[in-house]
Design a protein around this ligand. Structure first.
Ligand SMILES: Cc1cc2nc3c(=O)[nH]c(=O)nc-3n(C[C@H](O)[C@H](O)[C@H](O)COP(=O)(O)OP(=O)(O)OC[C@H]3O[C@@H](n4cnc5c(N)ncnc54)[C@H](O)[C@@H]3O)c2cc1C
Length: 421
């Protein structure tokens, strides 16, 4: 898990054990950092990737690989190999309203080789990408490497200092990329402040067992709203990954009522999961996650670029965070590979990455914010499941309109392709 702002590592003034030089120092082995490292290494750019954990195995980071990411993997010849990792496929959510089920988007209608969301455990996906990157001699991966500070000289970032199992080290580079996630330490050290783009929410995340009596979930994703809460269920092959979403401020009340209140919410919102909910007997089975979204006004300073959640924290609505992080990586590789190879990287190059990626991020965050507010407002308006507005039902019947949200989820606001030279 990324470091929370209140748990910053201790910064020491000890001498570094070693100093190494590379062309691009990427901090953070999430989707943004691993993909950028792979793309730069295959373009012949020496790159060092630092990840503070000793493996990629972390929960609650999402498992959704969208068509935009699949098309990039296809461009670099990895689409078939990624399908060999055990996976599920979903085409879109089915949300239960009082006046019937509703599908806000349906990827199966898309004209692409990959008209679905591939559900792959993120750890397996990252292992796969880093394994591919390791085939290039320009790539160096440092696990268990916790970056503690930026090396800055004359106002320019020249690399980072990190703590490894054997002490402090330095990696120096003309470009450092902060791909260190939503609690980005590098962002804070660079003095860049993100702005909130939606009201924060809380999610209780838990597993439910699969039962022979379970409903058929052809789309792989179900949702329901009511009683001030949103209940979501994701098909994870041998269990259901479930979440109960609610506005900030009511967690303490729920906690005081105990796990019974969570079971009760499930029964009220989607009684088909009543039996599964009986497996929830202890609050320890639930994990509380805070969901927010924000965006930095600037994504760069001399020698430093922010990408992925470090530049814009994405709400889980629409499951686009991983894919947006990967799109940032693709654009960064497109714009920066040549300047990095020639050793001529300028701040204008970094600004170009922000220019190409900021407006698609604004569009999707705006949409997430509207959906989030509508969902929670709808949920709060009644103790029973609210009705889907007739305008939305009409919208999805008009072909030219109904495919807009689908395309936005599948490819983002700007369809990104990899440039090969
Ligand atoms: C509850 C929840 C559910 C979500 N579900 C989905 C979903 O279903 N689909 C989806 O697409 N998105 C989902 N998201 C969003 C998604 O997780 C992020 O948008 C995405 O992971 C961003 O990728 P990233 O590479 O920018 O950052 P991250 O995935 O956060 O990776 C950052 C990496 O940096 C490392 N790191 C941090 N600090 C340091 C340091 N100092 N030194 C070295 N390494 C460091 C971390 O260990 C981590 O591996 C969800 C988010 C939340 C909160």
């Amino acid at each position: 898990m990324s470091l929370s702002p209140s748990a910053q590592p201790e910064v020491t003034s000890q001498q570094a054990v070693s100093v190494t030089q590379t062309s691009c120092c990427v901090v953070g082995g999430g989707p943004a950092g691993v993909m950028l490292s792979l793309l730069l290494a295959r373009r012949g750019v020496p790159v060092t990737l630092l990840e503070m954990h000793k493996d990629f195995d972390r929960e609650f980071r999402g498992d959704t690989v969208h068509p935009s990411t699949m098309e990039v993997l296809d461009q670099i010849g990895l689409a078939d190999a990624v399908h060999e990792i055990p996976h599920g496929k979903i085409s879109g959510p089915t949300i239960r309203f009082a006046n019937g089920p509703f599908r806000p988007f349906d990827l199966s209608r898309l004209k692409t080789r990959f008209p679905y969301i591939l559900m792959i455990p993120q750890s397996r996906f990252l292992e796969f990408l880093s394994g591919e990157a390791a085939k290039y001699p320009q790539f160096r991966l440092l696990m268990h490497a916790q970056v503690q500070r930026l090396i800055e000289e004359d106002g320019v970032v020249r690399g980072v200092r990190y703590l490894g199992p054997d002490g402090l080290h330095e990696v120096r580079a003309p470009l450092t990329v902060a791909a260190d996630g939503r609690f980005s330490l590098l962002r804070r050290l660079a003095g860049i402040e993100p702005m909130k783009t939606s009201t924060p929410m809380d999610v209780l995340w838990f597993r439910l067992p699969k039962l022979p009596t379970d409903p058929e979930v052809a789309s792989g994703l179900l949702g329901g709203i009511g009683g001030g809460r949103v209940f979501i269920v994701l098909d994870r092959y041998d269990y259901w990954q479930a979440g109960l979403v609610f506005p900030k401020g009511i967690y303490q009340q729920l906690r005081a009522q105990g796990v019974e209140s969570v079971r009760q919410s499930i029964v009220e919102i989607d009684p088909r999961f009543s039996k599964n909910a009986e497996s929830l007997t202890d609050w320890q089975q639930l994990t509380l996650l805070s969901v927010e979204s924000s965006r930095c006004p600037v994504w760069h300073k001399p020698g430093l670029l922010l990408i992925g959640d470090a530049a814009h924290v994405m709400s889980p609505i629409g499951g686009v965070g991983i894919n947006y992080a990967i799109q940032d990586a693709v654009v960064a590789a497109n714009v920066l590979a040549n300047p990095l190879k020639s050793g001529n990287i300028s701040e204008a190059d970094l600004a170009e990455v922000q220019r190409q990626r900021e407006w698609p991020t604004r569009v999707i965050q705006g949409m997430q914010s509207i959906m989030q507010n509508r969902l929670l407002a709808g949920a709060l308006s009644s103790q029973l499941a609210p009705k889907v507005p007739w305008q939305m039902r009409l919208f999805v019947r008009i072909p030219i309109l109904r495919d807009l949200p689908t395309r936005l989820i599948a490819f983002g606001a700007r369809h990104v392709h990899l440039k090969e030279s």
